[in-house]
Design a protein around this ligand. Structure first.
Ligand SMILES: [Zn+2]
Length: 449
């Protein structure tokens, strides 16, 4: 780390940690000390950051996204459609994605996430039209530039309309190309260990846009390379029917047959599992990324989060792609998950602390990073600091609850691996107006306008 001097984040207005009333000390990218009420740091020679006007959270962790979709937000052709017809309207537009447009889409998505208090994000990139073979390399470069921690997934589709799948032929690749490139990006970019800033996972788009052969081969490759596995599952009722027709079984049975039902796998959505399937997921330690905004926008349904947790299934939070949210604001996603799940389960079962737990510790477990998502000694110095000086917070009682109940949407300071990635509500060096101008122009070109 460039700044060798420890930093005491002193006297926070509130902090999501026990025995840290006087703050925490970070050094070398880790949290090295919690300072209790009445105490002072044991660590010598600390620089002080006065957090007297900040609520301090562990950095939020986003477990599902499709960055390129920031280029197709609120697209009239896709609005008022459920998942399958929505996809069919968007695929031809996504087929026009170029390397320059992707770079802008990724920069916008990661910037939105960072500014909302997110310190670690996943991405699921599965659209590879000709010319976009370096999609993952482009994403890694942007992540390094912005200083955000990432788990990028090398997505895939090889079952196109020609073979009974949903996507057009122009956005799919063949199995050998997919597996070769998966091995390449893991070898080139995947870091290991608790301080890793860039990791790679493998992620067929869904079991219905890839062949059984590719599902199995991807699980084998993930096992061999020791990387994680991700896909969409149980997002809609349509999917159950599609699976019954195509494979004669339910989606989770199919997943198990393909060698995916294990602790390496995290799944986006998980709305339509029955009680027995939840138990099987819990026993297998397969986890779920809950995407509350996307599920509401596409009217897909509501993930049974409390029943999942009772069955031992870990829950994380994901904003999902910007064509079905259509924002990348993780703090707002926490509020959306809180409201949706509280409506389902009632006031005694779901609190603001549950929603914050899903987006921090829950999301960290979801992506296999137990060293993230918690303010404790030895954990990564990934933090999100919010001020409560906007109109929406005026008159609040509990500062932590106010973040969720009053609708916090913008972090004032964000620290990733001990380095400030957001200062005074801005990303140092990022010209937002210029980014919006270039990104909007790329989006218009892609949308054919
Ligand atoms: Zn998705």
């Amino acid at each position: 780390m460039s700044d060798a001097r420890p930093i005491w984040i002193r006297d926070p207005l509130a902090i999501l940690a026990d025995h840290a009333e006087r703050g925490i000390v970070v050094k070398g990218g880790r949290i090295v000390e919690l300072v209790p009420a009445g105490g002072v740091p044991v660590t010598a020679d600390v620089a002080v950051f006065d957090a007297g006007e900040h609520v301090v959270l562990p950095g939020l962790i986003n477990t599902h996204h499709h960055f390129y979709q920031t280029l197709t937000r609120a697209l009239p052709a896709a609005m008022e459609r459920e998942l399958f017809p929505w996809l069919q309207a968007l695929y031809p537009v996504w087929a026009r994605l170029t390397p320059d447009a992707l770079e802008l889409g990724v920069t916008v998505a990661m910037s939105e996430l960072l500014l909302s208090g997110c310190t670690t994000t996943t991405d699921h990139h599965y659209v590879f039209p000709a010319g976009l073979e370096d999609a993952l390399d482009i994403e890694v470069a942007v992540a390094k530039r912005l200083g955000v921690r990432v788990l990028l997934t090398r997505g895939s589709m090889n079952l196109s309309q020609r073979d009974g799948g949903l996507p057009p032929d122009s956005v799919v690749q063949d199995e050998d190309t997919i597996l070769d490139d998966s091995a390449r990006v893991v070898a080139k970019h995947n870091q290991r260990g608790p301080d890793a800033m860039v990791q790679i996972a493998l992620a067929p788009c869904s079991p219905f846009s890839v062949t059984t052969s590719l599902m199995r081969a991807t699980a084998d490759l993930a096992d061999k390379l020791d990387v994680r596995l991700h896909t969409h599952l149980a997002e809609t009722e349509d999917e159950n029917e599609f699976c019954e027709q195509m494979y004669g079984c339910r989606p989770l049975d199919y997943l198990e047959q393909c060698g995916w039902l294990n602790a390496r796998t995290w799944l986006a959505h998980g709305i339509f599992f029955n009680a027995d399937e939840m138990k099987r997921l819990g026993n297998a330690k397969t986890t779920i990324s809950h995407c509350a905004c996307s599920n509401q926008l596409l009217a897909s349904g509501c993930c049974p989060v409390c029943e999942m947790e009772e069955a031992g299934v870990g829950i994380g939070i994901g904003v999902d792609g910007s064509a079905s949210n259509d924002g990348s604001n993780l703090m707002q996603e926490v509020r959306a998950a809180f409201l949706l799940q509280r409506a389902r389960y009632g006031v005694t079962k779901v609190s603001h602390k549950d929603a914050l737990r899903w987006a921090t510790k829950g999301s960290a477990a979801c992506i296999g990073r137990p060293e993230l998502g918690e303010i404790a000694v030895g954990k990564a110095a990934d933090l999100a600091l919010f001020r409560l000086d906007e109109l929406r917070f005026s008159g609040h009682g509990d500062p932590l609850a106010a973040l969720v109940l009053c609708g916090a949407h913008r972090a004032d300071r964000v620290m990733v691996a001990g380095q400030w990635a957001v200062i005074d509500g801005a990303i140092p060096g990022l010209d937002v107006a210029d980014l919006i101008r270039r990104h909007s122009s790329a989006a218009r070109a892609m949308q054919g306008g």
